[in-house]
Design a protein around this ligand. Structure first.
Ligand code: SAH
Length: 252
């Protein structure tokens, strides 16, 4: 048996993959990231499944639970919010498992930045507006490499999805404006995307901080910045009649 790292998706229990759901049903041991994973997902586990909340555990403790279970030939699911490859602290777990010769597999999930686009009903990559999405965060207790400071990234005026930073929104806005985004650049903040209590706030770099302070938004929120939120854009070439491609000839 080995360990399955599973992306739980952004919150809605129906947004886990079919494969992830099957593994949750079959698991003998589930270790879930309790601060963000929707506990409703755990209701499909077998009654006999041992369930651990990693919020109160150290890395060593997590690994110990995995190691014991695998030795006892049990199926372990390590459930991470969204997709585990994004701010999931998954690498350090995988590296220790490799050192210990414990096999593992990763099942991707719907990241919260994608559930946020769905909630906003916007496309991040509008032709002639932005073809680039920057996933980043403001520096917190985890440092950010100097070349990736928000101000530096801002110079591209690409679509930006900023994780883990809503509680420092004043600093986010200041760095983005300093870095080159015009003050009237649209900003959307989606709190708990895909959860029943999902909330959407829309403003500009100039107005958003005041709005959010009044609303008392907590940490489970995504900040999206960029002209893709409001702009006029060129139509996609993919569906343009005069534009042929592999699956469709151009129409005169
Ligand atoms: N691996 C996760 C991110 C974990 S970091 C993923 O792929 O989504 C935690 C941060 O993700 C939060 O601070 C918040 O910025 C964002 N986040 C997670 N779930 C969210 C949700 N449902 N709605 C909005 N933002 C969310």
């Amino acid at each position: 048996m080995h360990v399955f790292f599973v992306g739980a998706g952004p919150g809605d229990p129906e947004l886990i993959t079919v494969k992830g759901q099957r593994l949750l049903k079959e698991a003998d041991v589930i270790i879930y990231a309790g601060s963000l994973v929707n506990p409703a997902l755990l209701s499909i586990a077998k009654p006999s499944t041992a369930i651990y909340n990693s919020a109160t555990m150290t890395l060593d403790e997590v690994i110990e639970v995995m190691e014991k279970a695998v030795k006892a030939d049990q199926k372990v699911v390590r459930l991470h919010t969204g997709d585990p490859s994004i701010y999931g602290a998954i690498q350090e777990q995988m590296d220790v498992l490799s050192q210990k010769n414990i096999g593992f597999e990763v099942i991707p999930g719907v990241s919260s930045f994608l559930a946020t686009a769905a909630a906003l009903k916007r496309e991040y990559t509008l032709p002639e507006v932005s073809q680039t999405v920057i996933i980043t965060r403001l520096e917190g207790r985890t440092p950010v490499p100097p070349k990736e400071k928000l101000g530096t990234l801002a110079s591209h005026e690409a679509t930006m999805c900023i994780f883990l930073s809503v509680h420092m929104l004043d600093n986010v806005v200041a760095e983005l404006i300093e870095g080159g985004y015009p003050e009237d650049t649209p900003v959307a903040i989606v709190q708990k995307a895909s959860w029943p209590e999902q909330k959407i706030y829309r403003g500009t770099l100039q107005t958003i901080a005041g709005m959010i302070k009044e609303a008392g938004v907590d940490r489970t929120a995504m900040i999206v910045v960029g002209r893709c939120l409001d702009s006029n854009y060129a139509l996609s070439r993919l569906y343009a009649p005069e534009f042929g491609h592999m699956y469709r000839d151009a129409k005169p």
